[in-house]
Design a protein around this ligand. Structure first.
Ligand code: APR
Ligand code: PHB
Length: 389
């Protein structure tokens, strides 16, 4: 079997790339390890930058997002029992869209189905070969049978734990990482959101975030120990821990109810600077991870896919190799800025176990400065709505 581009991984990165390539007349096959139901049961962040929205529109998958997504002109920081609004529209001339990543993925699957895209699910042992030649190929197992797929390019969109990055020889990989000494305990509940806009709350018990999916579905997170057992968190324990971390007025008015889902995620920053190995190119979580503070994960995957789709389309349309050659540098320039922003927001808003009294005062001064200086708020707003591509 032969195709132009083999895409390993059917998460948002892989699906978006296959959709953009299809619209430009470039053939691809997506190989996904899991079932579609499994992929669509994963809950991830839900704030889309304008650049991501525009890219989804270009990929012809933006209609439901525009109909059901919530346009947010601002968000709140909370500390010292008060909310401090960051007016994104006023400071950065842009809004963000609150629309769950699971919905984005569903819209992409629907579009690929409509257009007859090839996505193979539940494939095992996907292995890339001959990446440094002009005839790479991938082998995989499906329904017990071995297959080989020849192609021009292999694109690694298989997330942090995927096979693609691991296929680059270790001595060729330049990797940078930071693990944070805490996790996020996340709850989805069929309750009215605590506020109209998101609240990022700083509290001595730990960080908390009030987010939402729609007018009747809320998404909340609290900072917890990295090795916390989710079974130790009853709904009651969760709600009372969350309320303690919010301004009294917000906590008192908050609607609570049974959780629909509850899970714990670690926080990590990670970049593999080597995003290309011959005819293998990496995109999205396969190449970099950000902590979820600021919701940059999907948005960063989208900018990679923007650069990569342009590069591949230029190759097939005009036989141009320069954009393929320039992909890594172009993508990394934006990746590092978003890594910095996610690291900064995480560092500012969370409690760290080794904070000295001096560090605590520095943090308080930074928060006070942030909400009283238009320049500081503008820097926050411009990063939050998304840096240009
Ligand atoms: N073979 C085939 N598929 C694989 C393999 C493999 N060896 N390993 C992983 N996959 C699949 C996973 O099952 C998953 O569906 O690759 C997909 C990767 O999807 P994501 O992890 O969602 O990564 P990405 O598409 O880059 O999306 C980035 O999603 O993970 C969030 O926080 C992240 O918001 C960011 C965005
Ligand atoms: C979410 O809604 O899941 C969400 C929102 C904002 C974040 C992280 C997660 O910064």
């Amino acid at each position: 079997m032969k195709t132009s581009v083999v895409i390993i991984g059917g998460g948002p990165s892989g699906l978006l790339l296959s959709q953009l390539l299809h619209l430009a007349g470039v053939e691809s096959v997506v190989l996904e390890r899991r079932t579609r139901d499994y992929v669509l049961s994963r809950i991830r962040a839900g704030v889309l930058e304008r650049g991501t929205q525009d890219l989804l529109d270009r990929a012809e998958v933006g209609a439901r997002m525009h109909g059901e997504g919530l346009v947010h002109d601002g968000f709140n920081l909370s500390f010292g029992d008060a909310l401090h609004r960051i007016d994104l529209a006023e400071l950065a001339d842009r809004a963000v869209m609150v629309y769950g990543q699971t919905e984005v993925t569903k819209d992409l699957y629907d579009a690929r189905d409509r257009m007859g895209g090839t996505i193979l699910h539940a494939v095992e042992d996907v292995t890339p070969y001959a990446m440094t030649t002009s005839s790479p190929f991938v082998t995989y197992r499906s329904a017990g049978a071995e297959h080989r797929l020849n192609c021009d390019f292999i694109i690694g969109c298989d997330g942090f734990h995927g096979v693609s990055r691991q296929s680059i020889p270790a001595e060729q990989r330049r990797e940078f990482s930071r693990a944070y000494p805490f996790g996020w305990l996340g709850v989805l509940s069929e309750t009215k959101p605590a506020a109209e806009e998101l609240i990022y709350a700083v509290h001595e018990d730990g960080f908390a975030l009030c987010s939402m999916r729609n007018a009747a579905l809320s998404r909340y997170y609290i900072q917890c120990a990295a090795d916390e057992d989710v079974a130790a968190w009853s709904d009651d324990r969760f709600w009372s821990a969350l309320k303690r971390r919010l301004p009294r007025e917000v906590a008192e008015a908050m609607e609570t109810g049974p959780s629909v889902k509850k899970s714990i995620a670690p926080l990590r920053s990670y970049v593999c600077e080597t995003m290309r190995y011959g005819r293998l190119l990496l995109a999205g979580d396969a190449a970099h991870i950000v902590p979820p503070t600021g919701a940059k994960g999907l948005n960063l995957a989208a900018s990679d896919i923007h650069y990569l789709s342009e590069a591949l389309i230029a190759w097939y349309r005009d036989r141009r190799a320069d954009l393929i050659d320039g992909y890594e540098a172009r993508a990394l320039a934006r990746v590092w800025k978003c890594e910095r922003f996610s690291w900064w927001m995480t560092s500012l808003l969370h409690q760290f176990p080794d904070t000295s009294p001096f560090d605590a005062r520095m943090r308080q001064a930074e928060l006070d400065y942030l909400v009283s200086s238009r320049a500081a708020m503008t820097a926050l707003a411009e990063n939050y709505v998304g840096l240009p591509y």
